[in-house]
Ligand binder design. Structure first.
Ligand code: PGA
Length: 233
C-alpha cells in the first residue's frame, strides 16, 4: 500500500485526475469505479477541466458508482443527481455507460462489474472506517447489498439534506469483495475527522474498520492531507 501525503484537497484532485486522464488516453474504454461525497469533488473538477481543454474524452468510458440511497425523497438527494451535477453533465460520457446499483436486484451489479472489470476505483472513507456504505462489522466477503446506515453516517451526511430526518435510512452499496475486484484503488482522506479511521486502516485488518480490507489489495494508494495523517502529531 502506498501512502502519499499532500498539502490539500486541490493537490490530491490534480494528481488523481491526471492519473485517470493518462489511463483513459492509453485505454479509451477504461472502466472507472466512482465515489460521491466531498472527497472526490476536486478530482471531478480537474477531470472536467481536462475534458474542456481537450486533453481527454470519456466517449468510450464506463463508470460504476459505489452506492446509492434507498428511499430518497427528492431526485436532488440521489447520488445519481450528484454525479450528473458534479461530473457527468460536464463531460462527453454516454448516459448508458454510467451505472448505479439497483436496490431491487443488488447482486446483478456484481455480475455486471465482473463482466467489465473496474480498472481504477476512487474511494472516500467514513469517519467510522466505511467504504461505500460498508459499515463496521460487515463481512469482508460481502457483495452488493442493501444496508442500514449507522447513526454516525446519517449525522455526517445530514449536511447535504434539508434536515437530519430527510437523510435516507438505507442504501445499496457495492460490497467489500466487489470493491476489492478493482485492478487499482485510490482512497482519499482529508481532515481531522478521518484521522482515526486511517489509523485503524493502517493498523491492519479488522472488521471494525471495513476499509482495512484494502491491506489485502496489491495496488492501493492512499492520498492524505496532514490533518488526516495519523503519523503526524
Ligand atoms: P466524504 O464522505 O467524502 O463526504 O467525507 C466519505 C464517505 O463517507 O465515504
Amino acid at each position: 500500500m502506498k501512502i502519499l501525503l499532500k498539502n490539500n484537497k486541490e493537490e490530491i484532485g490534480k494528481e488523481i485526475a491526471s492519473r485517470i486522464v493518462e489511463l483513459i488516453n492509453k485505454k479509451p474504454n477504461t472502466v472507472l469505479g466512482l465515489a460521491t461525497g466531498s472527497s472526490p469533488i476536486t478530482t471531478y473538477k480537474e477531470l472536467i477541466k481536462a475534458y474542456k481543454e481537450k486533453k481527454v474524452s470519456f466517449k468510450y468510458v464506463t463508470t460504476f458508482n459505489l452506492d446509492e440511497y434507498v428511499g430518497y425523497k427528492r431526485e436532488k438527494d440521489s447520488y445519481k443527481y450528484f454525479m450528473h451535477h458534479n461530473l457527468f453533465d460536464e463531460i462527453d460520457i454516454k448516459d448508458v455507460n454510467t451505472h448505479f446499483p439497483d436496490a431491487t436486484n443488488p447482486l446483478a451489479y456484481d455480475k455486471e462489474i465482473e463482466l467489465k472489470e473496474i480498472d481504477f476505483q476512487v474511494l472516500g472513507i467514513g469517519a467510522d472506517g466505511h467504504i461505500g456504505f460498508n459499515e463496521p462489522m460487515i463481512s469482508f466477503d460481502s457483495k452488493t447489498h442493501i444496508t442500514k446506515l449507522t447513526k454516525q453516517t446519517i449525522s455526517d451526511n445530514s449536511q447535504y439534506f434539508e434536515s437530519i430526518d430527510a437523510v435516507p435510512k438505507e442504501a445499496v452499496t457495492m460490497g467489500l469483495s466487489t470493491i476489492m475486484k478493482a485492478k487499482e484503488i485510490v482512497l482519499i482522506a482529508t481532515g481531522k475527522n478521518k484521522r482515526s479511521a486511517i489509523k485503524a486502516l493502517l493498523a491492519g485488518e479488522s472488521k471494525e474498520c471495513p476499509a482495512s480490507i484494502l491491506n489485502r489489495h496489491p495496488n492501493v494508494t492512499i492520498y492524505l492531507d496532514k490533518d488526516a495523517d495519523p503519523r503526524e502529531n
